[in-house]
Design a protein around this ligand. Structure first.
Ligand SMILES: [Zn+2]
Length: 78
């Protein structure tokens, strides 16, 4: 089962949940302030974007951004 990372929009708490793919899009509640947290995909952290929008992978994992390809990377781009 993959581990998903969530970031709370209210208190910026990051937390991880072990979930199945079927649960991946379910709402995750912040353990601190109980707001609905947005899912972020940790695999995106190995990618960086330069000014031209080119996405380059940072040396290391070589993992594709599989979790984002189905939706968008907007939550991961910062
Ligand atoms: Zn919170």
């Amino acid at each position: 089962m993959p581990i998903y990372e969530y970031v709370c929009p209210g208190c910026a708490t990051k937390f991880e949940l072990l979930r199945s793919f079927r649960q991946a899009d379910d709402a995750a509640v912040c353990p601190r302030c109980e707001q609905i947290a947005a899912r972020t995909v940790s695999a995106c952290a190995v990618f960086s974007r330069d000014d031209s929008g080119l996405v380059t992978s940072v040396a290391g994992t070589g993992n594709a951004c599989g979790g984002c390809s189905a939706t968008s990377c907007s939550t991961c781009s910062s």
